[in-house]
Design a protein. Structure first.
Length: 439
């Protein structure tokens, strides 16, 4: 009897130990975590597709880059499939959900957020920081706060692959500035003073912005303000910074030395026609300015006031949709090729942009472009100020609330003074911004 009990006890312990061993090997325990080995080499050729809405010469330039990549190796074939701009976002989302979408496309962080929430994108960090196929000094080589923006969804989690950057720049009429002995403004306060002088001397507004929304965000973030508190899901815009920025903007509009784009939509037309002396607009819009002005045009970094450097990055990035291991690796290899110095420098030049890496900016290819182009010179200076605001649900609504505050206050013709208008607009702003987050 004792012998039987001993055998049964031994069997019980064996079963228990076996169960514990099985549990430890499959439960993700810290000491015995099982992870799939990353595929870093293709054994058979793979074909992937890229979608975007480029047109004309940009489409041709991108196709040349694709052809160059395809010719550089024999394991990955990239097929470029340009798409119509109309309804692209909705068509892309539908195609991806149906499994018929591309491997790669362009997305801003704000539009990539929805795909991340649905777990549709590849976290590229597993390749970028891999010893075999990784990118050396990836984080350190990116300009401004680009790395912080693309990893905002988690430390070292890269869902948006950076490539080229456009941003806001200050276009100004050098003839007027020289005539009135005016220095190019480097702060928002200087911009207001310069604009007052121009308005008094020339009878035209000294400055305008293509986007009152972005100008307001530029100002408040430079003053150290938050934007959205992601953890609490609340607006974190500093009220003092908001009031100060709106009062600055509204005073200039009401007194006439600032100008809204209004029905012109963009200031490039009024600027080249001599109806406004300076404006802030996209660096990519220089083709609508430089060829049409009959005066000398200057281009500079947007004003910076406060303790935080800030200029928005408008180049977006590339995302890879999660498919098979082989396709995901192929997508990454193409993205890595795009980030190589000479390829990136040429891409930026063709698109009127700046590379997102310091090493590509430093190439002889890009520096030659910078020596001959005033917009590129301004963009290089701007890259040091590239910064970001959170791209989460409701972020677009918060952005819109900034522009509405300016537009509604300026349109108010009730005779209220600027202080009263600012007070009313501040209350409305926070209500609308918070509502946008909670929708």
């Amino acid at each position: 009897m004792k012998k039987l009990l001993t055998v049964l006890l031994a069997l019980s312990m064996l079963i228990t130990l076996s169960a514990c061993s099985s549990s430890n090997n499959n439960s993700g325990d810290d000491n015995n975590e099982v992870t799939d080995e990353l595929l870093t080499e293709l054994s058979e050729p793979v074909t992937i597709s890229v979608w975007n809405t480029y047109t004309y010469h940009q489409q041709e330039a991108f196709q040349e880059m694709v052809d160059s990549f395809n010719a550089s190796q024999d394991m990955v074939t990239v097929v470029y499939e340009p798409q119509a701009y109309q309804d692209y976002d909705s068509n892309l989302l539908l195609a991806v959900r149906n499994g018929t979408g591309p491997n790669i496309t362009n997305r801003y962080p704000s539009s990539a957020a929805a795909y991340i929430e649905e777990d549709l994108l590849v976290n590229l960090s597993k390749y970028i920081f891999n010893e075999e196929v990784g990118i050396d000094n990836f984080k350190e080589n990116l300009v401004g706060k680009t790395y912080e923006e693309i990893t905002q969804w988690g430390e070292d989690s890269v869902y948006v692959f950076p490539v080229i950057i456009t941003s806001e720049v200050l276009y100004y009429n050098k003839d007027i500035f020289n005539e009135l002995n005016l220095e190019v403004p480097t702060t928002w306060e200087e911009l207001a003073e310069v604009s007052k002088t121009i308005y008094a001397e020339k009878g035209i507004p000294g400055w305008g912005s293509d986007s009152e929304t972005d100008t307001m965000i530029d100002r408040v973030v430079q003053l150290g303000s938050g934007f959205i508190d992601v953890e609490s899901n609340t607006v974190s815009v500093d009220e003092t910074a908001f009031r100060q920025s709106l009062e600055w903007y509204l005073s200039g509009l009401k007194e006439g030395y600032f100008r809204l784009a209004g029905s012109d939509y963009y200031h490039s037309g009024p600027f080249t026609q001599g109806n406004v002396a300076s404006y802030i607009g996209s660096s990519a819009g220089s083709g609508y300015v430089l060829p049409y002005a009959d005066f000398e045009v200057g281009v500079a970094l947007i004003p910076q006031s406060g303790n935080v450097k800030f200029a928005p990055a408008w180049g977006g990035g590339l995302v890879a949709f999660d498919k098979s291991e082989e396709e995901n690796l192929a997508s990454y290899l193409f993205l890595k090729y795009c980030l190589s110095d000479e390829v990136l420098a040429k891409w930026a030049i063709e698109f009127g942009a700046a590379p997102c890496t310091k090493s590509a900016i430093a190439t002889a290819t890009f520096q030659k472009q910078a020596a001959d182009d005033i917009v590129t010179q301004a963009l290089i200076e701007t890259t040091e100020c590239i910064n970001w605001v959170p791209s989460v649900a409701g972020a677009d609504g918060v952005r819109d609330a900034f522009g509405k505050a300016v537009d509604a206050s300026y349109a108010d013709d009730s005779g209220k003074d600027v202080e009263t208008l600012v007070n009313e607009a501040t209350v409305t702003f926070y209500q609308e911004a918070q509502a946008a987050i909670e929708q």
